[in-house]
Design a protein around this ligand. Structure first.
Ligand SMILES: Cc1cc2nc3c(=O)[nH]c(=O)nc-3n(C[C@H](O)[C@H](O)[C@H](O)COP(=O)(O)OP(=O)(O)OC[C@H]3O[C@@H](n4cnc5c(N)ncnc54)[C@H](O)[C@@H]3O)c2cc1C
Length: 453
């Protein structure tokens, strides 16, 4: 597969930096032909290449850029471990610094810390960005300090013979990297801030998955809708059979999906656009917005596509099951999009937490004040508009007016946010009260089924 990419002369790494829109278009196009090729490109350029470019220093970039771009240095992104995936702060691989040899020592202290699921490692990888907890001697020399999760470039295989290097789990990237002056420095003061910066640089993978998933949805839509136009079943007596797309049930399956595909196309194009802006301006507000939007869209789009692939398969009847029509391979290869680069449930929780935090910040004060301020702002915003959602105008012109549609979405978002905020406050209060005044055990009142369950 790498041979094919090399032969085609594709060198996309500079686009990861200079023009992410072009890079995502290449991955999207490759993924539409063969999802595994798109994933392979993503691992090499977004994950391995992206981690070197975004987390590395100038030295790393100078040393690895060309090799990564030309595929002479196939590499991996080694974050997940056997015992920890979503919970990255729980990683157990440890990096310690040995001042005598001037080396970082990467150690896998237990079986649970074994790097797991690492794409590109099994066959091609010559290097890996290994994520490990950096432990440094404590200032008072009484022990060690946990500096949080950092990324380390670890050589995996001999560049010429391709043989695995000895003691591969504990190799470091050698003293050719920055010399060590015995002082740990970081512009970010706390573990949490460093952690956020490390992960924040990696949103590119989520942007790429959201747009690749949309591309796969386009492919599935095209196959199912074209087939539905050509396939004919039943019809009026003594007349030709009708196209199955003329049946309302078929339209209900496929048309909202087509509309969503368009919406995802525009939404992910917008995401790519603001991601590109973020890469050039590094504006703080933009970093936060891209982080939230990429997590939310990645989760929403990939879950939607995963479900829709089954709907498309069914919409094509028995022929949808034939391998030649591609639904099997699309469904299998796309399925993991819901888990890697962040499990969808966990990503949505992050988005919800972020929205609630913003909501609270916007309306400072206790629960009642927040709610009152919210209502006052809602009234000002929505009720003063000439065509608020509540006007219930039904004319085509009004319903198709993008301004009305945007207002309707804003209104719904605010309502949901307010509802979630109140529910989360009530739940927090409930938990706080239960913790303060623990209820007496009442197991005897619970039906035995629940106890045994
Ligand atoms: C094919 C494949 C390729 C991969 N490639 C790479 C790679 O190249 N590099 C790499 O580093 N990793 C890679 N991964 C790992 C991937 O990123 C992780 O699988 C992913 O982050 C999820 O972690 P996990 O598998 O530990 O799931 P878990 O975190 O154990 O999640 C299991 C379930 O628990 C739920 N859950 C977890 N936490 C919560 C919570 N707080 N609240 C509610 N529910 C929760 C999740 O929703 C999920 O349903 C790959 C995985 C696969 C399968």
């Amino acid at each position: 597969m790498y041979g094919l990419i090399k032969e085609a002369g594709i060198r996309p790494l500079k686009y990861v930096v200079e023009d992410p829109g072009k890079y995502f278009a290449i991955v999207e196009a490759a993924g539409a032909v063969d999802i595994s090729l798109g994933i392979k490109l993503g691992v090499q350029y977004s994950l391995w290449g992206g981690s070197v470019i975004n987390l590395g220093t100038k030295k790393h970039k100078d040393k690895y850029f060309e090799g990564i771009d030309s595929l002479d240095y196939p590499g991996c992104f080694a974050m997940t471990e056997l015992h920890h995936g979503s919970n990255v702060q729980g990683l157990q691989t440890v990096a310690t610094f040995d001042p005598i040899t001037d080396e970082f020592i990467i150690n896998t202290p237990s079986d649970g810390a074994i790097k797991w699921w690492i794409g590109n490692a099994a066959v091609h990888g010559k290097f890996a960005s290994v994520f490990a907890k950096l432990m440094l001697p404590a200032q008072d020399a009484k022990g060690v300090s946990d500096m949080g999760v950092h990324a380390f470039i670890v050589p995996l295989r001999d560049l010429k013979t391709h043989q695995e290097l000895p003691g591969i789990e504990i190799h470091d990237c050698g003293h050719k990297m920055c010399p060590w002056d015995g002082k740990y420095t970081s512009s970010l003061p706390t573990i949490n801030k460093r952690f956020a910066a490390t992960l924040g640089e990696l949103v590119g993978g989520r942007v790429s998955l959201a747009s690749s998933s949309t591309s796969i949805l386009k492919v599935a839509n095209a196959i199912a809708i074209r087939y539905s136009l050509l396939r004919q079943q039943f019809g009026p007596p003594n007349q030709p059979e009708v196209s199955i797309l003329d049946y309302q049930s078929q339209q209900h399956k496929l048309m909202p999906m087509l509309a969503s595909t368009y919406a995802f196309h525009f939404a992910t194009s917008y995401l790519v656009e603001i991601y590109s802006q973020m890469k050039t301006t590094h504006a703080e507000q933009l970093v936060g917005d891209v982080h939230g939007l990429s997590a939310g869209l990645k989760a929403y789009v990939t879950s939607y596509t995963a479900k829709s692939l089954s709907v498309c398969r069914e919409a094509c009847g028995g022929h949808g099951y034939a391998a030649v029509n591609r639904f099997g391979i699309l469904r299998n290869d796309h399925d993991i999009f819901q888990t890697f680069e962040g499990d969808n449930t966990v990503l949505l929780q992050q988005v919800a937490a972020d929205l609630l935090k913003q909501y609270k910040q916007k309306f400072q004060g206790g629960t009642l004040a927040v709610t009152w301020n919210y209502l006052r702002e809602s009234m000002n915003t929505y009720l003063s508009q000439p065509n608020p959602v509540t006007a219930r105008w039904e004319g085509v012109e009004h319903l198709r007016d993008p301004k009305f549609q945007l207002d309707a979405f804003r209104y719904r978002t605010s309502r949901l946010l307010q509802k979630s905020h109140i529910e989360s406050v009530i739940l927090a209060k409930f938990i706080e009260t239960v913790e303060k005044y623990p209820p007496k055990p009442r197991l005897q009142n619970i039906p035995s089924f629940f106890i045994s369950f």
